[in-house]
Design a protein around this ligand. Structure first.
Ligand SMILES: [Zn+2]
Length: 376
C-alpha cells in the first residue's frame, strides 16, 4: 500500500510508477475523470471500465449536500452506491467552498458556508471533512486546506499556508485515531499551498510533508495565475518534494498542460475539461481540438480521430455527430464524453509507454506542437 517509482526519464523529470490501493493499482502518470456527484456525466461505470479508467474523483462538498451522508452510509459507501469498484479519490470540499459557496466565515476552526443548492448553512471543519471522506469510503483522502483565489495578496496567501498546515495536522490526528481509517487503509494526501510565491511554497511544502506517506498534492494552481508562473511553481515543487512520493497537480488540465507537467515530475491529474468540453461539442484529438458545430463537418464522413480506440470513433462520422449536436440529442453528449475521456486515458497510456522507452522528451516536443490549440 504505497507509491513506487518504476522508471525515470533521463531527459526530463518524468517518471512512471504505480500507487497501490485496496481496490487496485493506479499506474502513473494518471488522469482522473471527475464524478462530482458520484457520476461521471453521461458515462456509466461500465463505459469507464471499458475505456480503461483506473481511478475517478468525487467531490466531497457536492456529495455531502446531495444525496447527503445518511444515504451514502446506508448504501454502504460511495463505491456501492454508484457501482464503481475501482479506486476513488475525493477532494476535501475546501476548493468548492472557496470557489462556489457563499462564504459566511473562515476561521481557524473551519468554514461556515451557504449551500449552492438550498441556501442552508453548514460548518465544515478538517475533522468533518475526514469523517465525510471516510463515510464515502474513498481510497485517497485529501487534506482539508484553504485554497485562496489566484492573485491573492501576500497576507491572504500567508494566512492560507498557516491554516493549511494546522488543518493538515488536525486531519492527520483525526485519521490516526479512527478505526475506519485503520481498517479501510486509504491514502491521505496533504496539500501544498502558497500561490506562486517561492518562499511560501517552500514553507508550505516543509510544513505538510511530515503528513505525506505515499503522496502529496499541489493545490492553489490553475486558479487564474499566468501559465508560466504555474509551471515555475511546479518546477520548484519538483526540486523540493521527495522523489518517492506521488505528486498530484490538482485541477490540471488541458492535454498540453498535462504533458508539460509530466515533463516536470507530476504523476496525477484531474480536470473537468474532457467531459465539460465534450458536452459543448469540442473533441480532443492528437491534431488539436475540433469543434463539431463548425459547418465544415456537415458532410465530413470520417471519424473524429482515425487513431482512437473508442466506440464513437469506431462507429460514427463527424457529420452524424454534428447532426446529433444540432438536434440537442443526449446521445451526442454521451458519444462526445466517451471519446474525450478515451483520448485522455490514451494520452496517459502513451505518456507512460514513452517514458518507459526513454523517448518521452522528444515525443512530448512533437506532440505539444500538434495538440496546442490556436484558439486560446
Ligand atoms: Zn474516439
Amino acid at each position: 500500500m504505497g507509491f513506487t517509482v518504476e522508471s525515470e526519464d533521463t531527459a526530463s523529470s518524468a517518471r512512471v510508477g504505480h500507487l497501490v490501493t485496496s481496490r487496485g493499482e493506479i499506474p502513473t502518470p494518471a488522469f482522473m475523470p471527475i464524478g462530482t456527484y458520484g457520476a461521471v456525466k453521461t458515462l456509466s461505470p461500465r463505459d469507464l471500465k471499458e475505456i480503461g479508467a483506473d481511478v475517478i474523483l468525487g467531490n466531497t462538498y457536492h456529495l455531502y449536500l446531495r444525496p447527503g451522508m445518511d444515504v451514502i452510509k446506508d448504501a454502504g459507501g460511495l463505491h456501492k452506491f454508484m457501482a464503481w469498484e475501482s479506486p476513488i479519490l475525493t477532494d476535501s470540499g475546501g476548493f468548492q467552498i472557496f470557489s462556489l459557496a457563499e462564504l459566511r466565515k473562515i476561521s481557524d476552526d473551519g468554514v461556515i458556508f451557504t449551500s449552492i443548492l438550498d441556501g442552508s448553512e453548514h460548518f465544515l471543519t478538517p475533522e468533518l471533512s475526514m469523517e465525510i471522506q471516510l463515510t464515502l469510503g474513498t481510497d485517497i483522502i485529501m487534506a482539508f486546506d484553504e485554497c485562496p483565489p489566484g492573485g491573492s495578496d501576500d497576507a491572504t496567501l500567508r494566512g492560507a499556508v498557516k491554516r493549511t498546515e494546522n488543518w493538515a495536522d488536525r486531519c492527520y490526528k483525526f485519521l490516526q485515531g479512527n478505526k475506519g481509517f485503520e481498517e479501510l487503509g486509504p491514502h491521505f494526501f496533504p496539500i501544498v499551498q502558497g500561490g506562486v510565491d517561492e518562499e511560501l511554497r517552500k514553507q508550505s511544502a516543509e510544513t505538510v510533508l511530515p503528513f505525506a506517506q505515499s503522496g502529496i498534492a499541489i493545490g492553489g494552481l490553475a486558479v487564474g495565475e499566468e501559465k508560466e508562473a504555474m509551471f515555475e511553481t511546479v518546477v520548484l515543487m519538483n526540486n523540493i518534494l521527495p522523489r518517492d512520493k506521488l505528486r498530484y497537480l490538482m485541477g490540471v488540465g488541458k492535454p498540453e498542460d498535462i504533458i508539460n507537467a509530466v515533463l516536470r515530475g507530476i504523476d496525477l491529474f484531474d480536470c473537468v475539461i474532457p467531459t465539460r468540453n465534450a458536452r459543448n461539442g469540442q473533441f480532443f484529438t492528437w491534431d488539436g481540438k475540433l469543434n463539431i458545430h463548425n459547418s465544415q463537418f456537415n458532410k465530413d464522413f470520417s471519424p473524429i480521430s482515425e487513431n482512437c480506440s473508442c466506440y464513437t470513433c469506431g462507429t460514427f462520422t463527424r457529420a452524424y455527430l454534428r447532426h446529433l449536436f444540432k438536434l440537442n440529442d443526449v446521445l451526442a453528449l454521451h458519444l462526445a464524453s466517451l471519446h474525450n475521456v478515451t483520448f485522455y486515458i490514451e494520452l496517459m497510456d502513451t505518456i507512460r509507454q514513452k517514458i518507459e522507452k526513454g523517448t518521452f522528451a522528444p515525443w512530448a516536443k512533437d506532440t505539444l506542437l500538434a495538440v496546442s490549440p490556436s484558439d486560446d
